[in-house]
Design a protein around this ligand. Structure first.
Ligand SMILES: CC(C)(COP(=O)(O)OP(=O)(O)OC[C@H]1O[C@@H](n2cnc3c(N)ncnc32)[C@H](O)[C@@H]1OP(=O)(O)O)[C@@H](O)C(=O)NCCC(=O)NCCS
Length: 196
């Protein structure tokens, strides 16, 4: 079973316990969590959240099954340097519909890694999972996240008003989605060529 995927100098691999310290460090930063509905989180809380996900991933992989929740760590291929993480969460009651998530460490912003993560999730959802749709969301004002999704072909699907409360303020949630049928044959072939 394939356990990692790479493009140029980036490698995506299933998240393991060994990644937790760097993930916790990233999610402890105000800068990274500014537009997120959670965080900054303590190392203890980050570990408590991710450990069961990691156990579930490891359990599936041991049985040679694709994990139910897919969380990936992103690193530089040559050096192993931590870049960030990305994930696909199944949405309950709609088989084949997945919510995406991604966080890039602030020292690595604006180098194309967010876009690369989104593109990888598009590949994985439509080729490894049985997805027919990927759902994305971000807080209003998270221009980088919105651009990242639009770059991968996500379309706007609306706004949920006053959805999140963060630091005493309410934020609207912007909704996006990409359907498998929106992807051209050429683009799907190119994704397969890159990652298979
Ligand atoms: C959102 C995030 C993943 C983008 O990562 P990134 O590696 O900087 O993204 P890229 O370099 O691929 O840039 C994608 C686009 O966003 C733009 N962008 C990046 N940072 C930006 C910023 N701070 N303000 C405005 N635009 C920005 C880039 O210029 C690029 O635009 P383009 O398509 O017009 O060229 C990253 O900022 C991040 O992890 N933020 C904190 C966590 C977060 O908010 N996650 C998303 C939750 S929904």
């Amino acid at each position: 079973m394939k356990l990692e995927w790479s493009k140029d100098n980036i490698v995506f691999s299933y998240c393991t316990e060994a990644d937790l310290k760097e993930i916790a460090e990233m999610l402890s930063k105000e800068s990274v969590c500014k537009y997120m509905f959670f965080g900054p989180t303590t190392e203890e809380d980050t570990i408590a959240y991710f450990s069961p996900l990691i156990s579930s991933i490891e359990g599936s992989l041991k049985e040679d099954k694709i994990p139910h929740i897919n969380v990936f760590t992103i690193r530089e291929k040559d050096t192993g340097k931590f870049i960030g993480q990305c994930a696909l969460f199944p949405i309950e009651f709609t088989n084949g519909n997945y919510l995406i998530g991604y966080q890039i460490d602030d020292s690595q912003w604006r180098k194309g890694y967010g876009s690369a993560a989104c593109e990888f999730l598009v590949y994985y959802a439509f080729n490894v999972l049985d997805a027919f749709r990927i759902t994305g969301d971000c807080t209003e004002g998270n221009v980088a996240s919105e651009k990242t999704m639009r770059r991968s072909g996500f379309q706007s699907e609306g706004r949920q008003r006053k959805y999140w409360s963060h630091n005493g303020k309410w934020h609207d949630r912007l909704l996006f989605a990409l359907l498998k049928k929106d992807i051209s044959k050429e683009r799907m072939e190119a994704l397969k060529t890159t990652y298979q």
